[in-house]
Design a protein around this ligand. Structure first.
Ligand code: ADP
Ligand code: MG
Length: 247
């Protein structure tokens, strides 16, 4: 069974249909890249998976459990379990400005999981080492570069030990040098077989790291397949146009 199974997902904001009929599967250890123009519904789709948006129809199933089945949301206990399996990293980092880096990492384990300091204290240092920022543990986010902030945000998402990480344009706010260091951390996670869905404009990352690519346009999946299929030799005219291929 797929780890995530999305079927016929629909979502509107008032009269605006933002997700029209979205279906896809994510397997454990997949790195799925979602590409597509601004306004095509990529963020809304990701946000729906972690219940930041409520959908109007279709089904979302995670690890066998339904979050939404034919447009009807499941019970809160199941949806809480489902949410705990997913971590998200946003374009704008969303760190708590008044907390140190280490405190940012430890807040959710402390409040949500009610873990003891002895447990999360080790893990936060380990994860900061993993993203190369152990020396910044006691700094406030305002003292970090954008790339460092995003690496903290990734470490923070990993603190809850998610089964899948969702990234919404994690490098779009960064200049090329800082983008590189964030992509390197994501590449390392992929090599460790972390399951990920990544909305990105970084075609090189999508080509080299993802095993599956989805091209979205106007609330629909226009084309999906391997990076070779979708990025190297797209079939659909809209994909070609988006990728700036000669038509
Ligand atoms: P993408 O991430 O691909 O740029 P979004 O999912 O952010 O696309 O947006 C898809 C469409 O939905 C856009 O037309 C956007 O303006 C609209 N939209 C997104 N969020 C809201 C909202 N909270 N209220 C109304 N319209 C929204
Ligand atoms: Mg977006």
């Amino acid at each position: 069974m797929s780890f995530i199974e999305v079927r016929n997902l629909q979502k509107s904001f008032g009269p605006l249909e933002v997700l029209k009929d979205i279906s896809f599967d994510v397997q454990k250890n997949d790195v799925m890249a979602i590409i597509g123009p601004s306004g095509s519904g990529k963020s809304t789709m990701l946000r729906s998976l972690i219940q930041l948006e409520q959908v109007g129809g279709g089904s979302i199933r995670v690890d066998g459990d339904y979050l939404v089945k034919d447009g009807i949301y499941t019970n809160p206990a199941d949806s809480k379990t489902i949410n705990s399996k997913m971590g998200m990293v946003f374009q704008q980092f969303n760190l708590f400005p008044h907390l140190t880096v280490k405190q940012n990492l430890e807040l959710a384990p402390k409040l949500v999981k009610k873990e003891k300091a002895g447990d999360y204290g080790h893990r936060s240092i380990e994860l900061l080492e993993k993203v190369g920022l152990a020396s910044k543990a006691d700094e406030l986010p305002s003292r970090l570069s954008g790339g460092q902030k995003q690496r903290v945000a990734i470490a923070r998402a990993l603190m809850m030990d998610p089964d899948i990480l969702l990234f919404d344009e994690p490098t779009s706010a960064l200049d090329p040098q800082l983008t590189k260091e964030v992509l390197q951390v994501m590449r390392n996670l992929a090599e460790e077989h972390m399951t990920m869905i990544v909305v990105t404009h970084e075609m090189e990352f999508a080509s080299n790291v993802a095993n599956h690519v989805i091209f979205m346009d106007d609330g629909m999946i226009v084309e999906s397949g391997t990076p070779d299929e979708v990025i190297k030799s797209p079939k659909e005219i809209r994909t070609k146009r988006f990728l700036n291929y000669e038509l």
